[in-house]
Design a protein. Structure first.
Length: 244
């Protein structure tokens, strides 16, 4: 579904993505791990058009999307959540998700059509999916941190992606919130037939739901495998886990 060929990006003398060849299969639920500064978020920004690579290509569904702006990549079916929460804090939970539905359907610029009841059932179904139906009338800023992360996933799902990229979906959460988000990601991928790739520091989440794990170090992918294979990889233990 998604692949990169020789993807490279540097900032001054610092190379953050170094000749990355990535291949994500349809239906795959996989993760990227690595130490701070390994280049994980930079890689996501290259995949989603927020950064342009110095060299290399990004291929999505056999279409070269290298250098396309984020909104065009999104319309092709690549959804994303961010490391830092990216919602409309003053809008209600319902309005946040409905706005994404309207954007996908091209209704945002029609000033003659009141949006209050447009695609209401679809919006409610999405809120039920991320377990925020009871909070639909609350402003987004009043949600707990974990629920704001759920809302962001709901916004991403409203765009009906075939590939979902999640940048540290459990960052800053309590253990209970973390477990809930992990269950949500796994169930959404299975029920909706999505392909998902996520960056995560919580190893219980990574090894709990990943079908495949990729390890990034100094901008390069140094290991790919199942959770069991990555756990046993000596190079990963030395570089990522800090073990001799």
């Amino acid at each position: 579904m998604l692949r990169t060929q020789g993807l490279t990006k540097s900032f001054g003398g610092l190379m953050t993505t170094n000749n990355v060849n990535l291949e994500i299969e349809k239906g795959e639920l996989s993760s990227i791990i690595g130490p701070n500064g390994a280049g994980k978020t930079t890689l996501f920004n290259l995949l989603t058009g927020h950064l342009r690579p110095d060299s290399g290509r990004v291929i999505f569904k056999d279409k070269d999307i290298t250098g396309l702006p984020p909104h065009k990549i999104c319309r092709l079916g690549v959804g994303r959540s961010f490391q830092h929460i990216n919602i409309f804090p003053k809008l209600t939970v319902f309005d946040n998700v409905q706005a994404a539905v309207l954007a996908r359907r091209g209704k945002c610029i029609n000033i003659f059509s009141p949006s209050k009841n447009m695609y209401r059932e679809e919006t409610i179904r999405l809120l039920e999916t991320v377990e925020l139906d009871d909070e639909r009338d609350l402003p987004g800023e009043l949600l707990s941190y974990g629920d704001q992360k759920r809302l962001e996933i709901g916004i991403a799902l409203a765009l009906r992606p075939s590939l979902l990229l999640l940048d540290e979906p459990t960052a800053g959460m309590s253990p209970e919130e973390t477990a809930g988000i992990a269950v949500l990601i796994e169930s959404v991928v299975q029920q909706q037939g999505l392909t998902a790739l996520f960056v995560e520091h919580d190893m219980s989440v990574v090894f709990g739901i990943s079908q495949k794990i990729r390890v990034l170090h100094l901008g390069q992918i140094i290991a790919i495998g199942t959770p069991e294979e990555i756990s046993a990889d000596v190079q990963v233990q030395r570089i990522y886990l800090g073990e001799e």
